[in-house]
Design a protein around this ligand. Structure first.
Ligand SMILES: [Zn+2]
Length: 406
């Protein structure tokens, strides 16, 4: 996400290897603009910490043969993504490639003790499968505004009892005995897409999650923009035109109360009971309940009312995005989340409304695309956060080792 410049510390070496994969010593030294002897000291220092290995020769291109530098295969990270209705845990290698992944239903209403206990169990289950691996860091994405510094949710949504200011980071760090980094779930997804997905190589982009609620994350100049209180990109309570429904925040007409998994379920039940949507009425009779994705099923079956619900949702999201496009001028918007399962109409409608309502100059280089990582974006991004924390923690240690041996 950022371009290394001359003279940066050995923390950059770990980041370069993580982001670009194993590299010959000569390439690394040229790429980072440091001498081979300085680089050799950095590699040795990180080698003593068990993080980096050097060995195997790169094919000669005429000059001296060059050792390949890679991250140790023993090192692993874990990423946790806590959603309103699910929990996902992934274990990655040092390059953040996912080695193991599990996802299961969960309920944030059960409170942090229950949900975090389960996250810890899942990490243990995955780590047991990798006996030679050493867990060196854990990242967590949680659904709400986070004080990044404190590792806690602040201003947790009303439907998340017990989570407000709960010491998520300290609790997990104590029980797992590794550094833990906590961020908003959508921020983690954006970081995952930046590292290995649809936003790779893009310095100014937004990630939009269409889940139980709608949220977004902003990356500007290659860095996540969290805002003063950790709630930058929180678009779920943006007002949308012509909306009257009461939101969980106590106001009316928020995006959240008009579109998102929860809103769509409510609207689907009303449409079924009033028989405005014959297909949803039949699905409700058959299943006794409706899910947001039933709206997509009904639309695909030719139900005009269901199709209209999707179109309207896409338009509302697109109009909110247009305001952000005008302010932030991103070059890409990556859209993810379970509601993409409603079918291609939703994304098409979001694109069309967003482009229509933005100023032409702000959309000259804008592409609006679908997630490339799907439900793994959050755990990859959480693992990325864990790797950044490790790099920050170690940079002091490796710097002083390099100084001593110089
Ligand atoms: Zn609201």
């Amino acid at each position: 996400m950022s371009t290394p410049s001359n003279g940066e510390s050995s923390r950059k070496l770990l980041a370069v290897l993580r982001d670009r994969g194993p590299l010959p010593m000569t390439h690394l030294s040229e790429y980072r603009g440091v001498s081979r002897s300085k680089l050799g000291q950095e590699v040795a220092a990180l080698g003593r910490l068990g993080l980096v290995v050097s060995g195997g020769q790169a094919p000669s291109t005429g000059g001296r043969p060059s050792n390949i530098v890679s991250l140790s295969s023993d090192v692993c990270y874990a990423g946790i993504e806590i959603g309103a209705t699910s929990i996902a845990v992934g274990v990655t290698d040092g390059y953040l490639d996912v080695l193991d992944f599990v996802e299961e239903d969960a309920d944030v209403h059960d409170g942090p003790d229950v949900v975090l206990d389960r996250a810890i169990e899942l990490i243990h289950e995955l780590i047991v499968r990798r006996p030679v691996s050493t867990l060196v860091g854990v990242g967590v994405g949680v659904p709400g505004p986070v004080s990044f510094r404190d590792g806690r949710l602040v201003g947790a949504p009303l439907q998340m009892p017990g989570w407000e200011r709960y010491p998520i980071r300290d609790r997990l760090s104590r029980e797992l005995n590794v550094p833990v980094t906590v961020d908003n779930d959508v921020n983690a997804m954006a970081l995952g897409e930046a590292h290995a997905g649809a936003a790779r190589g893009t310095d100014d982009f937004m990630y939009v999650k269409l889940g139980t609620g709608v949220g977004s994350a902003i990356v500007a100049n290659g860095a996540l923009f969290r805002g003063a209180d950790g709630c930058a990109g929180e678009i779920s309570h943006n007002r949308v035109a012509g909306a009257q429904s009461l939101c969980s925040c106590g106001r009316t007409g928020c995006l959240n109360s008009e579109f998102g998994g929860a809103a769509l379920t409510r609207q689907a039940i009303v449409a079924a009971q009033s028989r405005e949507s014959p297909v949803l009425a039949r699905l409700l009779e058959e299943n006794g309940t409706l899910t947001p994705l039933d709206v997509g099923v009904a639309s695909a079956a030719g139900d005009a009312y269901a199709t209209q619900m999707i179109r309207r949702g896409g338009r509302l999201v697109g109009e909110v995005l247009a305001n952000l496009i005008n302010v932030l001028n991103p070059s890409r918007i990556v859209v993810g989340g379970g509601l993409l399962g409603l079918g291609p109409l939703l994304l098409a409608e979001i694109k069309s409304a967003a482009l229509q309502a933005s100023t032409p100059l702000a959309t000259t280089h804008l592409s609006i695309v679908q997630t490339a990582l799907g439900d793994r974006a959050g755990v990859i991004g959480a693992a990325w956060l864990a790797s950044e924390t490790l790099i920050d923690t170690l940079s002091g240690a490796t710097e002083s080792r390099v100084e001593q041996s110089a």
